[in-house]
Design a binder for this molecule. Structure first.
Ligand code: ATP
Ligand code: MG
Length: 565
């Protein structure tokens, strides 16, 4: 491909709305253009990269035994109503009507669609297992589309759904995907950190997210400094340290006018935040519950929701707080509350002589001791783990990293097959409900994550497998004869099956080199005065500072060597 005939509108300046590296570089290298907020077009070179990622994903999915399908983007509202998600997906789902008033959603994900497809094509246990996938557009009306294609309103996802007759089968399907995902990202040249993720009520190691470590990541990961424990912050277990015991003080009521927040309390009582039994009222599936955590910690609502087995969980309104505690916001506590369900974090039991709200306006209790002053009826890990906490698996310490989620594998269980009445007949002729797994990869986000990870201050440095071209040929010619000689090399490369981008423009060498560095093709070949004088071209790897001089006859072999290594 000749640059003069191609479409690579590189930009010298960073677009003003591009705040992260991948967005800046993908715009500047002429890979994408913004249509409007959260919507991007792919130009020819950007599309080439996207297709390479798609091909890797396809090859590995096929290799793992998954079967490719293509589903409509318009998904029937009836299916969403069957699963119940028509009512719970909220404003993230784009909903439209046809001319007859029939309702549809532009697919944000396709569990319902695939579950429906499967119920129309399988009838016997012999038809399973099945793992069906597609590589297709998803639509999500994100609250904050940002970071270019990392969070957009319309993006390409590989989504796969497995159907098995039993949990053992699901384990196998899931493990095949766990393996395939590792291969996919490795082949894309992307280093990922697989972390345990929240799996709703499925428990165990039933969900893994594939994260790319990055300062711009929106996910917080907790990693152990001495074993391989890795989890996202929704899932990471908190292992509490037993607090030192002290002689028990007597329980006393303290007048605390207008002292409501933990900061106010720390100043007023002149003690550490962990001396407070932070008591928060939630409403789960319509019922109130109090949760008690140490004052320095936050409630992990994912853990709480799983513990409660709740479908809905939200903070209680002040009205409900007043109703269940008898006091306005800021004065709730577990002492003396008989009729309310109370769940204490695992660390509460060992805290002594603490402070908590007295369920009375402008009053707190001090000298509070669990067991003596209130009973711990329910105890669970319901706080957010953080840097410095003990690893739940060994004696190491956990530290935090930020990450971009590029893929997610998940044991779904029976949620959709039950809601949508999917059954097959087992060996005995009895109807059984298949169990599902689901597996997603964001193709565009993966591309952006590669750029985040594989770039320097000059531009992108594409990994071999996803580079838009194999070689960037830079010609520096002074006359037609020299141009002819460069074109000979260009033709030779094409004839050898090498995908070459030839910069044939009449611009300065410095300009061409800057564009080559920006675009980031891993190999650059410069044909200039050394070639016309001594028959030598310059071969330079984008990731290295030094270049090699090689003879024309060795060019093809050197390129092939690089790509087969
Ligand atoms: P996030 O927490 O980032 O919103 P998600 O949990 O909603 O992601 P899934 O529904 O699991 O994501 O989708 C599977 C994959 O699709 C994600 O791992 C991610 O790579 C990609 N993805 C999700 N939302 C977007 C988006 N708005 N733009 C681009 N890619 C996305
Ligand atoms: Mg999302």
């Amino acid at each position: 491909m000749k640059v003069s005939r191609y479409l690579i509108p590189t930009l010298k300046e960073n677009p003003s709305d591009a705040v992260v590296t991948s967005h800046r570089l993908m715009m500047r290298a002429g890979l994408i253009r913004k249509e409007s907020a959260g919507m991007y077009s792919y130009l020819p070179m950007g599309l080439k990269v996207l297709r390479k990622i798609i091909n890797i994903v396809k090859e590995e999915m096929d290799r793992a035994g998954a079967l490719e399908c293509l589903m409509p983007e318009l998904t029937n509202a009836d299916l969403w109503k069957e699963s119940g998600r028509w009512y719970t997906m909220g404003p993230e789902m784009f909903r439209i009507e046809d001319r007859n008033g029939l309702e549809y959603a532009l697919g944000p994900t396709h569990e319902e669609a695939f579950t429906h497809l499967v119920r129309t094509v399988v009838s016997s246990y012999r038809d399973l297992p099945l793992n069906l996938y597609q590589i297709n557009t998803k639509f999500r009306d994100e609250i904050r589309p940002r970071f270019g294609v990392i969070r957009s309103k319309e993006f390409i996802m590989k989504d796969a759904y497995s159907f098995d007759v039993d949990e053992k089968g699901l384990d196998e399907s899931y493990n095949a995907m766990a393996k395939a995902y590792r291969r996919i990202f490795e082949r894309c040249g992307l280093e990922t950190i697989p972390v345990q993720a929240d799996s709703g009520n499925m428990g165990g190691s039933a969900s893994e997210e594939f994260m790319v470590a990055s300062e711009i990541g929106e996910e917080v990961l907790l990693l152990c400094d001495s074993c391989d424990y890795r989890a996202n912050s929704e899932k990471a277990e908190y292992r509490s340290i037993t607090a030192e015991s002290e002689p028990q003080e007597s329980l006393r009521e303290v007048h605390t006018p207008d002292i409501k927040t933990i900061d106010d309390l720390v100043n007023f009582f002149n003690c550490q935040p962990d001396k407070f039994f932070k008591s928060i009222i939630y409403v789960y599936d319509g019922k109130p519950v109090m949760v008690v955590v140490p004052g320095s910690r936050d409630v992990n609502e994912h853990k709480l929701k799983n513990y409660l087995g709740a479908l809905e969980l939200e903070l209680a309104s002040e009205e409900i707080v007043i109703k269940v505690t008898g006091a306005p916001l800021g004065f709730a506590g577990p002492v003396g509350l008989k009729d309310l369900r109370i769940i204490c974090d695992v660390s509460i039991r060992s805290l002594c002589n603490g402070v908590t709200g007295a369920n009375k306006k402008d009053y707190h209790f001090a000298g509070v001791n669990p067991g003596r002053d209130f009973e711990i009826k329910e105890e669970a890990d319901i706080t957010i783990a953080r840097s410095g906490d003990l690893c739940p698996k060994c004696n190491g310490k956990m530290y935090e990293k930020k990450g971009i989620e590029v893929g997610h594998i998940f044991k779904l269980g029976y949620k959709y097959t039950k809601a949508m009445n999917v059954t097959v007949l087992d060996e005995k002729g009895e109807a059984i409900t298949p169990i599902m797994g689901c597996y997603g990869i964001g193709i565009n986000r993966t591309m952006a994550a590669i750029v985040e990870q594989c770039s320097d201050d000059k531009g992108i440095i594409w990994p071999k497998e996803v580079t838009p071209f194999h070689v960037h040929l830079v010609g520096i010619a002074k006359n037609d004869e020299e141009i002819r000689q460069i074109e000979e090399i260009y033709d030779m490369l094409i004839d050898s099956g090498i995908d070459v981008l030839y910069d044939d423009r009449k611009v300065s060498p410095g300009f061409k080199f800057a564009d080559a560095d920006l675009i980031g093709i891993p190999l650059r070949i410069t044909v200039g005065k050394n070639y016309f004088a001594k028959g030598e071209v310059e071969l330079k790897e984008r990731s290295k500072a030094e270049a090699l001089s090689i003879a024309k006859n060795n060019i093809v072999a050197e390129i092939k060597k690089y790509y087969s290594a």
